[in-house]
Design a protein around this ligand. Structure first.
Ligand SMILES: [Zn+2]
Ligand SMILES: [Zn+2]
Length: 391
C-alpha cells in the first residue's frame, strides 16, 4: 500500500533534494496552481492544497525525517489509515493502530537500537504500550528521591573559620499518614498523575500521544489512596536543617548532607542535599586555594636599606623581613599563615607582594636629599631593558 501522496512527487523533486531545491519548486508550483490564477478550477485547487501540504512536511527537517523514515507524518499520533503493514500481526490485540504494524519499531525500541531523535520517546512509549517485559501493564515503581541543591553565601571569615547555620529546605518527605505506601485502605481521591482526567500526554519527537493514565488506569480516581498525600506517599514540607560549614571552605565547595534530599516514592531511599558555598571576596585578603595573597606598600628606605615591617595576617599582625635592595613586585612567603584546610589539617601560606612608594618631596630639604641621591647613583635603572629589547 502506497501513501496517499508522495510528497516528493507532488513537489517534483528527488528524495535527496536540498531545502533550497524544495523551496524553489514549491514557489513555482504554488504560483502555477494558485486558486486566484485558476478561478473555478477544482483540480487546480486540489493540487494547490497538495503542494502546500507537501511543502509543510518537507520544509521542516523534523517532519521530513519522520516522513522519510515512516512514510507518513502525523502531529497527533498515528493516523487511522497509515501506510499499512499486514494487519492483525500485532502481538498486542486490543490496541487498534489502524492496521499499522508497529512490531518492527517496538523490537528496535526494546533493543535500544533506535538512534533517531525520536528514539528515546519511542522507547518510553513502547515500554508503556507493551509493558517492556511480557506485556504486562506498567506499574508505578519505587523511585529514589532526587537530590536538592542549595547555594549558601558566606563571607571571608566564615569561610576561613567555618560556620554553622540553619537552612529552611523545602523537600518531599515521607507521608506520615501512610508511611510512604500511598494507600490507607479506605476512601477515594483524585489521581495526582492525571489530575483526574484519566489521560496523560507524552511527546515522542513531534508526535503527541494521549495515553491512559498508568497510575489510575484511566478512572481518574485512586481507591484506597492516602488522603494526606493523594497516594504519592510523599508530602512537601519545609524543614530546618542545621548545616555546618567546615573551616577552610572555598568558593564553590560542595557539601553533601546525606539523606536530606527529596524522599523517594513508595519507600525508596531519599536523595541527598548538596550545599555549595559562595564565598564573598575580602577587600584586602585574596584567597588562592589555601593560600592568602596580599599587596603591601613599602617605603623607599625600607626597600633600599632592608627592614622589618609589620604585615596583617588572618591571625593578626606579624613581622616580615624586607631584605636590602628589594624591588616592587617581589613576593615573600609567610609559611603556614594561610587558610587551614580541614581535610588535610594543614595551613596554606600567606604571600606578600610589595610595592615601593616614592616619597612626595613637598619640602626643600627632601628635594635636596633626593638630588644628592641622584648624583650618587647616576646609573640608568632601565639599563637592563635595553639589552633585552634592542639588538
Ligand atoms: Zn500518605
Ligand atoms: Zn490518573
Amino acid at each position: 500500500m502506497a501513501p496517499k501522496h508522495d510528497y516528493y512527487d507532488t513537489l517534483g523533486v528527488p528524495r535527496k533534494a536540498t531545502a533550497d531545491e524544495i523551496r524553489k519548486s514549491y514557489r513555482k508550483l504554488a504560483r502555477k496552481h494558485h486558486p486566484d490564477l485558476n478561478p473555478g478550477d477544482k483540480s487546480a485547487e486540489e493540487r494547490f492544497k497538495n503542494v502546500q501540504e507537501a511543502y509543510d512536511i518537507l520544509s521542516d527537517p523534523k517532519k521530513r525525517q519522520m516522513y522519510d523514515q515512516y512514510g507518513f507524518y502525523s502531529e497527533s499520533g498515528f493516523p487511522g489509515a497509515g501506510p499499512g503493514g499486514p494487519a492483525g500481526q500485532s502481538p498486542h490485540p486490543g490496541m487498534d493502530f489502524g492496521g499499522f504494524d508497529f512490531s518492527d519499531f517496538a523490537a528496535e525500541a526494546r533493543q535500544g537500537a533506535h538512534k533517531t531523535e525520536t528514539g528515546g520517546g519511542f522507547r518510553d512509549i513502547f515500554s508503556q504500550f507493551f509493558g517492556g517485559k511480557g506485556g504486562a501493564a506498567q506499574q508505578a515503581e519505587p523511585e529514589k528521591g532526587s537530590d536538592l541543591e542549595y547555594v549558601m553565601d558566606i563571607d571571608f571569615w566564615q569561610a576561613i573559620q567555618g560556620t554553622q547555620t540553619r537552612l529552611n529546605i523545602t523537600r518531599y518527605e515521607v507521608c506520615e499518614t501512610c508511611h510512604g505506601s500511598g494507600s490507607t485502605g479506605a476512601g477515594e481521591v483524585t489521581c495526582p498523575q492525571c489530575k483526574g482526567t484519566g489521560n496523560v500526554t507524552q511527546m515522542a519527537g513531534a508526535m503527541r500521544f494521549n495515553l491512559t493514565c498508568p497510575r489510575c488506569g484511566g478512572s481518574g480516581r485512586l481507591r484506597n489512596a492516602c488522603p494526606t498525600c493523594g497516594g504519592d506517599g510523599r508530602v512537601t514540607r519545609t524543614e530546618t536543617v542545621d548545616v555546618r560549614i567546615p573551616p577552610g571552605a572555598r568558593n564553590g565547595s560542595r557539601l553533601r548532607v546525606a539523606g536530606k534530599g527529596n524522599a523517594g516514592t513508595m519507600g525508596a531511599p531519599p536523595g541527598d542535599l548538596y550545599i555549595t558555598t559562595k564565598v564573598e571576596e575580602h577587600p584586602f585578603y585574596h584567597r588562592e586555594g589555601d593560600d592568602i595573597e596580599i599587596k603591601v606598600p613599602i617605603a623607599v628606605w625600607e626597600a633600599a636599606l632592608g627592614s622589618k615591617i609589620e604585615v596583617p595576617t588572618i591571625d593578626g599582625r606579624t613581622q616580615l623581613k624586607i631584605p636590602q635592595g628589594t624591588h616592587t613586585g617581589q613576593r615573600f612567603r609567610l609559611r603556614e599563615k594561610g587558610v587551614l584546610n580541614s581535610r588535610t589539617n594543614q595551613r596554606g601560606d600567606q604571600i606578600v607582594e610589595v610595592a615601593i612608594q616614592a616619597p612626595e618631596p613637598r619640602d626643600e630639604r627632601t628635594r635636596e636629599i633626593l638630588k644628592e641621591l641622584r648624583a650618587l647613583h647616576p646609573e640608568d635603572p632601565r639599563q637592563d631593558i635595553w639589552s633585552k629589547v634592542e639588538h
